[in-house]
Design a binder for this molecule. Sequence first.
Ligand code: OAD
Length: 231
Amino acid sequence: MKRIVILTGAGVSAESGLGTFRDKDGLWTKYDLNEVATPEGFARNPVFVHDFYNARRANCRGAEPNAAHRALARLSAAVPGQVTLVTQNVDDLHERAGAVGVIHMHGMLDGALCASCDHRWRAQAVMSPVDACPACGMLAARPDIVWFGEMPYRMDEIYEALLMADLFVAIGTSGNVYPAAGFAAEARANGAETLELNLEPTEGRRAFDAGRYGPASSVVPAWVDEVLSRV
Ligand code: OAD
């Protein structure tokens, strides 16, 4: 059995009703990412930024995993230790579908982070700039989301997995945001096959040996069934 690294993006949660960023009607067509997804934006207007993530947290709590999340959880469980599931998503739909050990490289809506002492705790449904850090007491609570200009989480583990991978699969991500956008080329340089699953071919299509196109809820379970039929 091959070692597989899977990278998911907003497209995997689109059919659960969570919006993507760059599609028509995507979040970044309605919000300026400099205002809601940078440390500078947060410093300028913490209430606005908390409101943005409070709304997304509420949407996430009201959403359900779809067939793509469930198929990926089924794959990981069927071949323990051979699948590394990395997501750029800050929702918990992979976990709620049963996946364990998911690497959330861009953080999670369920997390709170102290901008003063880096302490982390579980976020309340509604966060505000006057929430005190439970460790140091500073009024410096922010969502535990990796913003532009910040280093994504667990990069050493991810690059280690990319080094060992036989197959890299990108699912529902436009490939616009680095370092994740560079994973396919990295995996390929390390000798892995590369596969893109998306609604449509992305601009980075050439970094993939193959692509399958259609809604994640049908393309992903079909691919998982194929992989498991060869185990
Ligand atoms: P994007 O919004 O950039 O891309 C979403 C991708 O999903 C596109 O390539 C769509 O074609 C595809 N897609 C949409 N619906 C789909 C469906 N039903 N089935 C399959 N694919 C579908 O989202 P990401 O690539 O995840 O970072 O964005 C990467 C990062 O940019 C995010 O993690 C976020 C954002 O700024 C931060 O906030 C730090």
